[in-house]
Design a protein around this ligand. Structure first.
Ligand SMILES: [Zn+2]
Length: 399
């Protein structure tokens, strides 16, 4: 029987990123595959029956696979240069919770599965929660199969390379029917839990969020021979668009908008770019406001591009409505975790995608600084232990 801290300690060297700091564990990269293998071995050591479904989701069963099972889990992939806890904390806590439950009961009243969802972060193929979106049909299969990573590999090719059959990727009603209730434990990614007081919270909702690509096109040219007045430089337009994104979102209460990635084409120090691609992440509790926000940003971007002699296009890459977790399930979890506050989150999760189909809920564990998607993300050992114990209590109460 290992504690959640021991489990996390056993993967602390997997996927360390010497350049960015923290961890880079993109889906189906060597580190993520190592973590998947680690999970499978840990599950088998606990006597769980492991299967990987046609969308690459790993299921570890205590009891026979059956409809209406109690399911808990999270993800093992990370953002580039991410923290140690986003994803793995939920998976390791689920394994530790199984240990705790096994010390309390010999057979669960209904089957329990621990799941690992692939590509939760969308770091490799651009669409977050790709595994749960495929499972539930929240993404068009052809669109998913044709997603490309930065090296130009399609998801279809990468999936095939890792034992999946692209012809069978997509909505899976049988797998979905097996989820009676889904509970995801996750590191808190804001400052919702104070330094003192409870270390555990129950999730209430997930902010609506989406990703858009802005492509600014201009005239690629020579940095030395092209006079300043003769330029149509998409990088200059892109820089102003980044500021416009910040300013537009800042005027809208509760909105968040970020350009966290920008790629100049071709990308040379002595080259005026011909095109710059920017990826926009925007979020707001009211989906209509998000739509307005995107329209305002696009309108500002068109004006800026025109003033620099450039053009701009906007493409939606993914969108998730604001999600409210199942009130009945959340209430039961609240009763099982007396004193735990109820928190909304601005971060997306597989539990949010599943919530449209099966009763889903989340449990958050304190991250004192609130910093996440960064090497500085942190969970104290005693809080991680409290999280695993809380998850065990929740699962025991729901079984
Ligand atoms: Zn996560």
């Amino acid at each position: 029987m290992e504690t959640v801290n021991q489990l996390l300690d056993s993967i602390k060297d997997v996927g360390r990123d010497a350049v960015r700091g923290g961890y880079s564990r993109a889906v189906y990269s060597t580190p993520e595959l190592d973590l998947r293998q680690w999970f499978i071995e840990q599950a088998q050591q606990r006597g769980l029956d492991v299967e990987t479904d046609r969308n690459g989701i790993i299921w570890a069963w205590w009891g026979k696979p059956q409809d209406g099972a109690l399911v808990t889990g999270s993800h093992l992939d990370s953002v580039p240069g991410g923290g140690a806890f986003d994803g793995p904390l939920g998976v390791a806590s689920a394994l530790a919770a199984v240990d705790l439950l096994k010390s309390r009961t010999t057979a669960p009243k209904r089957s329990l599965a621990v799941t690992v969802f692939p590509e939760e972060e969308g770091s490799r193929f651009g669409v977050a929660c790709l595994g749960s979106r495929l499972l539930t049909g929240a993404i068009d299969v052809d669109k998913a199969l044709n997603l490309r990573d930065v090296d130009g590999n399609t998801f279809a090719d990468v999936a095939r390379g890792h034992g999946l059959d692209p012809r069978h990727v997509g909505p899976d009603q049988e797998a979905l029917a097996r989820i009676g209730d889904f509970v995801e434990l996750h590191v808190e990614q804001g400052k919702g839990l104070g330094q003192s007081g409870p270390a555990i919270a129950v999730g209430s909702s997930i902010l609506g969020h989406g990703r858009w690509k802005l492509s600014v096109s201009g005239q690629g040219n020579h940095a030395g021979t092209t006079l300043m007045a003769d330029r149509a430089d998409p990088m200059v337009a892109a820089a102003q668009i980044v500021v416009a994104v910040r300013d537009t979102a800042a005027k809208q209460p509760d909105a968040r908008a970020t350009v966290g990635r920008l790629t100049p084409v071709p990308g040379g120090t002595n080259v005026i770019a011909s095109r710059v691609d920017l990826w926009l992440d925007a979020r707001h509790p009211d989906d209509a406001v998000t739509a307005q926000l995107i329209e305002s940003i696009y309108s500002a971007a068109r004006e800026i591009a025109a003033s620099e002699g450039c053009t701009v296009t906007l493409t939606e890459e993914s969108y998730s409505d604001t999600v409210h977790f199942d009130p009945g399930l959340s209430r039961r979890i609240n009763d099982l975790l007396p004193g735990a506050p109820v928190l909304a989150t601005g971060a997306g999760h597989d539990a949010g995608v599943l919530a449209g189909h099966v009763p889903s809920a989340m449990v958050f564990v304190r991250n004192p600084s609130g910093i996440s998607h960064s090497p500085e993300e942190y969970v104290a050992d005693e809080d991680a232990s409290a999280g695993a114990a809380a998850l065990a209590d929740v699962l025991e109460g729901l079984l």
